[in-house]
Write a protein that binds this ligand. Sequence first.
Ligand SMILES: N[C@@H](CC(=O)c1ccccc1NC=O)C(=O)O
Length: 265
Amino acid sequence: MLAKINNFEIDLSKPIDISIQLTNTNENPIAWYIEKPVIEPVVFGDWIGKVSEGKSSTNFNNIFFNPHGHGTHTECLGHITNDFYSINQSLKQFFFFAKLITVEPEKIGDDLVITKEQILTALNAISASPEASGSLSMTNGALIIRTLPNQKDKKSRKYSNTNPPYLSEEAAIFIRESEIQHLLIDLPSVDKEHDEGKLLAHKAFWNVKDTHNLNNDARFEATITEMIFVPNEIEDGNYLLNLQIASFENDASPSKPVLYSIANF
Ligand SMILES: N[C@@H](CC(=O)c1ccccc1NC=O)C(=O)O
């Protein structure tokens, strides 16, 4: 199925799913010190909501999970504010032009940090490649950051107390100033795991100056998607992104970002 968007052709039959599956097994990734998700049948006395148990006509599971700790999720600035803001009210459009870049975080002290320079270099490499288009503006678009090394075990990694790589404040400011509305990354957070609540990159990206008293120019419609996985065979470049959430009235929701190649520049 082909779609024409502006001057670009998109083959909707070739989705590239960059979400991580959510399961109740030890395969599930975990961040932030919680246990694995629970997916289990409802039980009423001797009635069990599981067809294979022979007591019910339907499978009928309860699910207990945490959007931030258990896999691919999209969050709005409500993740860090005193007042409540909902991702379901923040994200009202679902298709965006997106740039996929790959960076190898730089060792700074005991940390691995994604710097502004790395992002600039990776963006320039895309613009220089013949099939790519520097003309696709990033304004209101998405930036997808794949970090190296990019092993498949990212889909089941246990991140708690591992001090994963994170984004420098300067890099987050650069992304905000580039008017990128949606940031996607294959790490559990854009910020350092133990940072005493500083959350420098979150605040810089959302332009939140005071979490208890929001400035008018905070970026209410900007989102951060964490714990994606971009397979190695997907090349850096320009894509169409379909970013879907479940309609949770919560700061974050599990999400399903899907890329489509863009042809006919
Ligand atoms: N680094 C923060 C904690 C943090 O970032 C966090 C804690 C629980 C769930 C999600 C978190 N951040 C996600 O982006 C701190 O040390 O206070």
